[in-house]
Design a protein around this ligand. Sequence first.
Ligand code: RB5
Length: 147
Amino acid sequence: MAKQIAIASDHAGFELKSILKAVMVEEGYEVLDLGTDSKDSVDYPDFGYAMADAITSKRAECGVVVCGTGIGISIAANRHPGIRAALCHDVTTARLAREHNDANVMALGGRLIGTEVAKQCLTAFLQTPFGGDRHAGRVKKLGAPPV
Ligand code: RB5
């Protein structure tokens, strides 16, 4: 079965979301599009939360979120336990987000990143396995913050 990937954005990320969705469909991934569906103004938390729900309910294995900067939507997604959303700017941050942090969501800034770099980030995010080993204990601690 094809890997199920969720994608979500606000209005500022809509254009890049459409591009990345097309790339994933072309590559044979099953894409769960959580919206938004146009450039009409919406609130990024709604879409960060929708992504968190899709992953925690196991409707998707991992996901990509896009807003203007990638900041707001990654903050929203990260407010949910079990979500490790990484704001990535280039192929190296996308690769290391997987290798070191086992990120299950990649956030991109649709108003900041170039289309080709975003596509490279997508490939790195989807194809890089978690490194495990010394990183495993650290990632485990992310799921159990001190109170
Ligand atoms: C929308 O104008 C913009 O604030 C939003 O896309 C995002 O950049 C917030 O972090």
